[in-house]
Design a protein. Structure first.
Length: 80
């Protein structure tokens, strides 16, 4: 563990940021899976769920949680 006060704060903030990143990626993955399941089942709200998934993918790409090309691939797969 760090001894210097600023290093201790850095550890805390980086852990908090990491948890937020993980949570946002999990939300994105959940939205993608929900959209895929809705499309497979032919649900009425499939288009709405796809739009929600697009929103989560774009947010993750903007914050560099996923690479922009990977985000593009995910969106392309959902739109098929």
């Amino acid at each position: 563990m760090a001894n210097i006060k600023s290093a201790i704060k850095r550890v805390k903030t980086s852990n908090a940021a990491g948890e937020q990143n993980i949570a946002q990626k999990n939300q994105m993955r959940t939205a993608i899976k929900a959209a895929q399941m809705a499309k497979a089942d032919g649900a009425e709200n499939a288009d709405e769920l796809v739009n929600v998934a697009f929103k989560h993918i774009d947010k993750a790409a903007k914050k560099n949680l996923v690479h922009k090309n990977k985000a593009s691939r995910m969106k392309s797969q959902l739109s098929k």
